[in-house]
Design a protein around this ligand. Structure first.
Ligand SMILES: C[S@@+](CC[C@H](N)C(=O)[O-])C[C@H]1O[C@@H](n2cnc3c(N)ncnc32)[C@H](O)[C@@H]1O
Length: 329
């Protein structure tokens, strides 16, 4: 059980080595207020992740476990190692792996995937004037791959041809989840929204493991990318659709604004941005318009000269959709 926080035991704003030692186990070592601030400020500035008081216990436990693994003596010495050590960069990626929330599953927020394959991709293909090129889709914050693979499966189910009609690029900041995505082996929890038919069609069962079929897997390119890393982002071309679902909820307002600026620059006018159902751009940016499609509400970079959907009506529609959704539960 979590011991009660004993603030008297904590330092008062300076980093002092602890009397409690990690060598005796990590259950009784506590992050001081100033240490908590140092770690969380650093993480926020490098990757946007925002940890508040409610997550403090989790941060403390996970960091403590890492400190034991690397045999660093205290939170303070570990922080020094993280900032200035010879393997600081490696260590940064290691704590990103342990502190990110990677919850995901196949066919999450299904109505949005339906909007993508039944409305957005066909509309964008039909808008192409000279020649035909695949619609470029970026799953930003793809976790262990369930989202980009669901895009490919949904596309196939809708009669689209991956490679010809669309291409899927997927990225995440956590190297651990990307290596799971590349392996393509999944546990039961990933299938909570997958029908038996689709499971039979796109997965193979071998030696107790459920593996995504190669006909889906080969259509997704995974890349390690921090959404705040301007230099790496500049290597990415423009996109037709960006899905960034259940990622920005972990960011503070400033980071949300920064990431939306990046997405705006990566999308041509008329291109789409799909956020998670619990995420919105209200108070973040007015650079995107809400578009009410048959299957779902999505964001789009406005086309100059085209009339924008009226914001008041869009909000009213959100209310109606939410009421309908909760009514059908
Ligand atoms: C909750 S998962 C969402 C996965 C998937 N998009 C979905 O909706 O099911 C959030 C993912 O965002 C990633 N993430 C968090 N901060 C990031 C950043 N700065 N750059 C890239 N990915 C990030 C995390 O590693 C995690 O895998």
């Amino acid at each position: 059980m979590k011991p009660p926080m004993n603030r008297e035991n904590r330092d008062q704003g300076t980093l002092q080595p602890r009397t409690s030692s990690f060598s005796q186990g990590c259950d009784d070592v506590q992050l001081s207020d100033s240490e908590f601030r140092l770690f969380t400020d650093y993480l926020r500035s490098r990757c946007g992740l925002n940890f508040d008081e409610d997550t403090r216990y989790l941060v403390e436990k996970r960091l403590a476990r890492r400190i034991q693994e690397v045999e660093s003596g205290s939170f303070a010495s570990y922080f020094y190692q993280l900032r200035n050590g010879s393997n600081a960069e490696e260590e940064f990626w290691a704590i990103v792996d342990i502190l990110t929330t990677n919850e995901t599953y196949f066919f999450r927020e299904r109505s949005q995937l339906a909007a993508l394959v039944e409305e957005i991709i066909p509309e964008m293909l039909s808008r192409q004037r000279a020649g035909r090129r695949p619609i470029a889709i970026w799953s930003a914050g793809c976790s262990s791959g369930e989202e980009p693979f669901s895009i490919v499966m949904s596309g196939l189910e809708a009669g689209l041809v991956p490679g010809r009609d669309f291409r899927v690029y997927a990225s995440d900041i956590s190297r651990a989840v990307l290596s799971r995505a590349r392996r393509g082996i999944y546990r039961e929890a990933s299938f909570r929204e997958t029908s038996e038919t689709l499971r039979q069609r796109y997965f193979a069962q071998k030696e107790g493991l459920t593996r995504i079929s190669d006909s889906v897997k080969r259509h997704v390119d995974f890349v390690h990318m921090n959404l705040l890393d301007e230099s790496k982002l500049s290597l990415l071309g423009t996109m037709d659709v960006i899905l960034c679902r259940n990622v920005i909820i972990y960011f503070d307002l400033e980071t949300k604004k920064r990431v939306m600026k990046t997405f705006h620059a990566k999308l041509q006018p008329g291109a789409y941005l799909l956020l998670g159902h619990s995420e919105s751009l209200i108070n973040v940016t007015a650079d995107f318009e809400l578009k009410h499609l048959r299957n779902d509400l999505v964001y789009r970079r406005p086309v100059p000269g085209e009339e924008r959907e009226d914001a008041w009506h869009s909000l009213a529609r959100i209310g109606i959709s939410e009421a309908e959704r909760s009514g059908s539960r």
